[in-house]
Design a protein around this ligand. Sequence first.
Ligand code: PCA
Length: 330
Amino acid sequence: MTPKSLVRLLPVGAVALTTAAAVATSAVAAEKWDMPAGYSAKNFITKSYIAFAEAVTGNSGGKLTIVVHPAGSLYKASKILRAVRSGQVPIGARYMGAHSKEDPIFGVDTVPFLATDAAEAWKLYQVSKPALEAALEKRGMKLLFTAVWPPQGLFTKKPINTIADMKGVKFRAYDATTAKLARLMGAIPTKTEATEIGQAFSTGIAESMIASGAIGVFRKMWDYTKYFYEVNAWLPKSAVVVNKAAWDKLDGKTKQVVLAEAAKTEKAVWEAMKPTNDFYKKTMAKNGMEVVEPSAELQSQFKKIGQVLGSDWAKAAGANGQKLIEAYRK
Ligand code: PCA
């Protein structure tokens, strides 16, 4: 108990701070979460993580500080999910399609031509979210929010009029789907994280790739390629996930702050995708690239390859995957 003489000196409400309960709360306080992320700090998706981290830090009353480590600086992109899962880090952000071998649900958004604009991608996300959350939960993780990448297009040095023009072309792939797509085109895939694109293209390991305008701008693809064909093949997601044990350590109020900021950030980054991508496309054009639609023939050949990749996915995902696609198509 605070002596009566002292109570008068304390601001209203401060008395509670001297109780045993308050002492217990302060003992749980002040967590610092390092948050690895794979992509450069400059693109709009990584910026959304930073905004999220700052908002949580500012609004949690000192209980939780989140610090983003972009561009694979704390963990290489490919190691981030495992680091969160094992509790090496409490939180992390990762491009999910790269993990579709572990569980096909992680790559549902990389099925070509299933969802080709923001509205469709959002619908696919909503339909697949319970399964995505369950797959993460099974691995001791919790989904906080996702960010959507702009539609995927084809970067090349020379003009591509039909798929035959891709024969023997070296191709940077970023997951199993893009590697297989390359093989189906007759191209030669090499898997490389986005942070190593410059090296891959300048050493000649890669001379083409499928990716978004976001990657195009921040990797300065005009230094290596001339064309960006707007295939609009799919809009993959990155996800911010938290280790369950780290999550369970937070008090209820802090959890609420994190969830509220996660929801706000998700909405903002999904809404930002289209205008930001328009800006990225303009930037590529300004730097001398030709940002163009693929020929009708090329596009229909891409769609055929897409069907092969789609049926691969459906086979891997089994009955639950089929149901999910049906629900999405309704
Ligand atoms: N770029 C990522 C995945 C999605 C995207 O647009 C990449 O190229 O690694």
